[in-house]
Design a protein around this ligand. Structure first.
Ligand code: GRF
Length: 213
């Protein structure tokens, strides 16, 4: 039994595509669903190209979380783990409660710096350059009820030189995202499966066999 993952994304979805590609032949992870809050988000086209089911839940559906929970429950496969890859809305509390330590996000800077509401996409890289930072990078973290404040799982750095424009920084940060995000997802899911095995020894055989642990 593989771990079924849903990717949440609001925009282009280049990270989503990289993740989908990485896990195409995985025995551990199945990317089972892509959800966007925007019906014209390019990530939906990328999902179609890879034959991954996708859905749109408009902004109003994220406020109470009912619409997204219904979608996850009605989906043909139960979703076990959620990855935010450029998802711009707050994750509703119902979802956080249903997926404790099973929702992770990538932020394009070294948190706790340059995080919080409004700090997304190019805004982050512009702020990094304006502050004269000598380095930036990526932070992969668990999601909690506050923007960009969940426990940090992994960070990687890149240099920022005085000549760098926000676009230059974005390129360096994207390269780090593509390199590390899929691997960290894999490690985090493996850890989560191992914890589950400890908590439910009866299920351990099922998990270890199916996940090659
Ligand atoms: C990435 O930089 C990610 O860190 C941030 O949003 C951006 C999404 O880019 N959370 P893409 O849609 O994956 O190209």
């Amino acid at each position: 039994m593989k771990t079924n993952v849903a990717i949440l994304a609001s925009g282009s979805g280049s990270n989503a595509e990289n993740i989908i590609h990485y896990f195409e032949k995985s025995n551990l992870v199945e990317i089972s669903l892509v959800i966007s809050n925007k019906e014209n988000a390019y990530v939906l086209e990328r999902a179609r190209r890879f034959n991954i089911p996708s859905a749109v839940v408009p902004k109003s559906g994220w406020e109470t979380g009912v619409a997204v929970m219904t979608l996850l429950q009605q989906h043909q496969t139960t979703i076990d783990f959620i990855v935010l890859a450029g998802f711009l809305l707050r994750v509703p509390d119902t979802l956080l409660r249903a997926y404790p330590n099973k929702i992770i996000n990538i932020h394009p800077a070294l948190l706790p710096k340059f995080g919080g509401k409004g700090m997304y996409g190019d805004n982050v890289h512009k702020a990094v350059v304006a502050a004269g930072e000598k380095e930036s990078g990526i932070t992969i973290h668990y999601v909690n009820e506050h923007y960009d404040e969940g426990q940090i799982i992994f960070q990687a750095k890149c240099e920022v030189s005085p000549e760098d424009s926000p676009e230059d920084v974005a390129k360096k940060v994207h390269a780090l995202e593509y390199k590390h995000f899929p691997e960290i997802i894999e490690k985090t899911i493996t850890k989560s499966c191992l914890n589950l095995m400890k908590q439910n020894p009866k299920d351990s055989d099922r998990y270890s066999k199916s996940n090659n642990l």
